[in-house]
Write a protein that binds this ligand. Structure first.
Ligand code: AVJ
Length: 321
């Protein structure tokens, strides 16, 4: 009986933890970083001076909102669909400008977390009450294909924050293809890509001295403890970051500082760690124009414009089908 209940409630998180911790080399997926505690830690990361991505994208949107909004606009208005909106701090720059210039648009933020959407809706209503906001709870592609099916006016799909960087290239191409499939010929995709730069700058963004990134990385172990009745001692794991300037990939690990055995009771698992054995948890891919052009080509998209910050650390590209 007990096993049956467990099986019935097994989520993709449960499945992927089982898979990732019973193979060699061990891994966990960064998509599970974002529970309530993880969301809060990511907010803290975005506020760190060394995490330049947020400031750069903010600068791009602030200084080039005129041009960006103009490329969004259309005679019969448009739907602004944002995948993974978060707190909307950067999006609000565009929303404000679109309202000030009397643009006809509806803002549809998509997120898996109703909690995130509720907070976003409240703050948009509060700060820019003239925005029509229609939050859509669900996975990106469920909601995207639904919106595409009932809607014929222009769609602008927006993905900020270099969120695509968590995907390996083949997965990124899949992701872009899925977006393309939901687009018609007049639709546009506006997406942020963190650029290759001094490796030290990138390394420092993911390896802060204050330990916020380490706490963010370790939160996935806390989450397993909380949600799967496990007994990870997070003090026996060390956050480890590497950046490979050849591939442009920043990689995060949790390294076991000693031989240890961890029980994950809800999964009926007992996981052994050798001293200094690693768990790979995240990639944060860095790009240049050649890689983005290649990704676009592979996924059937065309780059029509790009916007960058004064340091050229970050770029937002505008694509059409
Ligand atoms: C939210 C995926 C863009 O990879 O830069 C920040 C997450 N990880 N610090 C990134 C993250 C460590 C972030 N993204």
């Amino acid at each position: 009986m007990k096993t049956e209940t467990k099986t019935a409630y097994t989520s993709s998180f449960h499945r992927e933890v089982t898979e990732g911790l019973t193979t060699f080399p061990k891994y966990l997926s960064s998509k599970y970083f974002y529970d309530k505690a993880g969301d809060k830690l990511f907010q803290d990361i975005m506020a760190m001076p060394s995490y330049y991505l947020t400031d750069c994208e903010f600068e791009i949107l602030e200084t080039q909102k005129e041009n960006i909004s103009q490329s969004f606009a259309s005679d019969d208005g448009f739907d602004l669909i944002e995948l993974g909106a978060g707190d909307g701090k950067k999006t609000k720059i565009l929303l404000k400008h679109l309202i000030e210039t009397e643009c006809d648009f509806v803002y549809l933020p998509i997120d898996i977390s109703q909690n995130v959407l509720d907070g976003l809706e409240r703050s948009v209503n509060d700060e820019i009450p003239r925005v029509t906001i229609k939050p859509q709870q669900g996975t990106y592609f469920e909601v995207l294909s639904e919106v595409a099916s009932y809607n014929s006016r222009k769609k602008v799909i927006m993905v900020l924050g270099s969120n695509i960087g968590n995907l390996l290239h083949p997965q990124a191409i899949d992701f872009l293809r899925n977006i393309k499939d939901a687009m018609s010929n007049k639709d546009m995709l506006f997406m942020g890509f963190d650029q290759k730069k001094n490796p030290q700058t990138i390394f420092d963004a993911y390896n802060d001295e204050t330990g916020i990134t380490a706490a963010f990385n370790k939160n996935i172990l806390h989450r397993i403890n909380r949600e799967m009745d496990a007994d990870f001692n997070v003090d026996h794991f060390k956050h480890w970051e590497v950046y490979d300037p050849e591939t442009g990939t920043a990689k995060s690990f949790l390294v076991s500082t000693q031989a240890q055995t961890v029980a994950i009771n809800d999964l009926d698992l007992s996981i052994n760690f050798a001293p200094w054995e690693s768990i790979h948890t995240e990639i944060s891919q860095k790009y240049d124009d050649d890689i983005v052009s290649w990704l676009a080509e592979e996924s059937g998209l065309e780059i029509v414009n790009q916007f960058t910050d004064s340091k050229k650390y970050y770029k937002n590209y505008l694509f059409k089908k």
